[in-house]
Ligand binder design. Structure first.
Ligand SMILES: Nc1nc2c(ncn2[C@@H]2O[C@H](COP(=O)(O)OP(=O)(O)OP(=O)(O)O)[C@@H](O)[C@H]2O)c(=O)[nH]1
Length: 210
């Protein structure tokens, strides 16, 4: 695939406490077959150092959408590095672990980071990961739904381990980013639609963000 062989390019950054599963979410999308069934779970690379990224191209209504997915380190000591990735992000996936109350209680702190470092156009999605560990759940769906509603965020629960809702997460987000990009065509965002691509704009009705 040549460099220009896509209609949209979006930068998505995964953020959230250490250990909530950001790296696994990224890897889970990358692998068509659930990591668990391939014997590849956990991916076993330990804590992320700084940032890491991968490219995933998806097709939505016949259009090629290139997703640049950045996985940031959750550990506090890497915060100054990861913050510099917020600015150019089109979307942020704010992740917590449904079996870890602490990771949910830190969300307001993450929202302050977003407020401070991200673009005011950024789309933030709240993701509660590790739903395969239902018996260890500490954060109810209702609580998270109320929180996300109050913050005007889309909310979804996933299992990176079983690839549950992972593809949906990224596809829904891509749809949402496309429609935002179409509404903001006058804004010179490098990532939405790229200069020189000259695509005509028509509204997309492919997916509801729910
Ligand atoms: N059961 C279960 N375990 C998961 C899931 N996602 C991640 N894990 C486990 O949680 C641990 C942390 O996962 P990572 O993906 O490295 O977490 P991270 O958020 O990238 O962590 P940092 O890189 O330190 O910020 C690993 O032991 C994973 O195996 C999931 O959906 N279900």
């Amino acid at each position: 695939m040549s460099m220009e062989d896509y209609d949209f390019l979006f930068k998505i950054v995964l953020i959230g406490n250490a250990g909530v599963g950001k790296t696994c979410l990224k890897e889970s999308l990358h692998n068509e077959i659930p990591l668990f069934f391939q014997g590849l779970f956990p991916p076993g690379q330990g804590a992320t150092i700084g940032v890491d990224f991968m490219i995933k191209t998806v097709e939505i209504n016949g259009e090629k959408v290139k997703l640049q997915i950045w996985d940031t380190a959750g550990q506090e000591r890497f915060r100054s590095i990861t913050q510099s990735y917020y600015r150019s992000a089109n979307a942020l996936i704010l992740t917590y672990d449904i079996t870890c109350e602490e990771s949910f209680r830190c969300l307001p702190e993450w929202l302050r980071e977003i407020e401070q470092y991200a673009s005011n156009k950024v789309i933030t999605v709240l993701v509660g990961n590790k739903i395969d560990l239902a018996d260890k759940r500490e954060v109810s769906q209702q609580r998270a739904a109320e929180f996300s509603e109050a913050q005007d965020m889309y909310y979804l629960e996933t299992s990176a381990k079983e690839s549950d809702n992972v593809e949906k997460l990224f596809l829904d987000l891509a749809c949402r980013l496309i429609s935002e990009a179409r509404q903001n065509t006058l804004v010179n965002n490098v990532s939405s639609p790229l200069p020189g691509e000259g695509k005509s704009i028509s509204y997309l009705t492919c997916c509801n963000f729910n």
